[in-house]
Design a protein around this ligand. Structure first.
Ligand code: AP5
Ligand code: MG
Length: 212
């Protein structure tokens, strides 16, 4: 099963992708997580991406297209994948079509997580993230020990792009470049809007239903 999780910043894409990965045994391919790791490792790619990410702007299509093509080529997604944060522009969506067609497969579902802006702003202002495994914690899902990741004991950080002005910039990028992808996929009958408000368990149940 090949799934795209679409939704604005803070919609819960990463939180739900981690749940769905555990449930279905297919990997989460998150361009944001991969880019943050590259930035933390100080690779040339990471250095190039970091300034744009910290400013809340999209990194160039060819960079993220290359990341996803490489991940698909690695064989980790042989049984399917959950895309979190990709595609984000029409050129990325067309590049993805070419990548999946080349491999004789297709996109089965596009889950669109719908959450009102005021809830997104509230969630992002309360988020702490593990720099190692990229798990997000929030007011509704705090870590067992304050400031420490449950999975690996790493000290949690606030993402630079969670500052209020950067959040505004990310929302603008989403509205102007990403939201229209729902229309891009609509004619294929694969789009499933899902209410992203409620507990993490409730939203997970709705997504599982939408995938059936
Ligand atoms: P990316 O990392 O993809 O960030 P994003 O899309 O802005 O989304 P977030 O990760 O902030 O939110 P999320 O939907 O994953 O929510 P989460 O589960 O954490 O991208 C970052 C940057 O990388 C981009 O700005 C760009 O620069 C670059 N980039 C990445 N991909 C790119 C691409 N394809 N093209 C170009 N550039 C790209 O949840 C948020 C919070 O809410 C958490 O605190 C969580 O605990 C909480 N929460 C989750 N669910 C619930 C719930 N049901 N109830 C209450 N709280 C909840
Ligand atoms: Mg995320």
């Amino acid at each position: 099963m090949n799934v795209i999780l679409l939704g604005p910043p803070g919609a819960g894409k990463g939180t739900q992708a981690k749940r769905l990965t555990a449930r279905f045994g297919i990997p989460q391919l998150s361009t944001g997580d991969i880019l943050r790791k590259a930035a933390a490792d100080g690779t040339p790619l990471g250095k190039k991406a970091k300034a744009l990410m910290d400013a809340g702007k999209l990194v160039p299509d060819e960079i993220v297209n290359g990341i996803i093509d490489e991940a698909l080529a690695s064989g980790q997604a042989a049984k399917g994948f959950l895309l979190d944060g990709f595609p984000r522009t029409v050129p990325q969506a067309t590049a993805l079509d070419e990548m999946v067609q080349r491999r004789g497969t297709r996109i089965d579902r596009v889950v669109v997580l719908e959450v009102p802006t005021e809830v997104l702003v509230e969630r992002l202002s309360g988020r702490a993230t593990c720099p190692r495994c990229q798990t997000s914690y929030g007011k509704d899902s705090p870590p067992k020990r304050p400031g420490i990741c449950d999975n690996d004991g790493e000290k949690l950080v606030v993402r630079p792009d969670d500052m209020p002005d950067r959040v505004r910039q990310r929302m603008l990028e989403y509205e102007s470049k990403t939201a229209l992808l729902t229309g891009y996929y609509k004619a294929r009958g694969v789009v499933r809007p899902v209410n992203g408000v409620g507990t993490v368990d409730e939203v997970e149940k709705r997504i599982v239903q939408a995938l059936q």
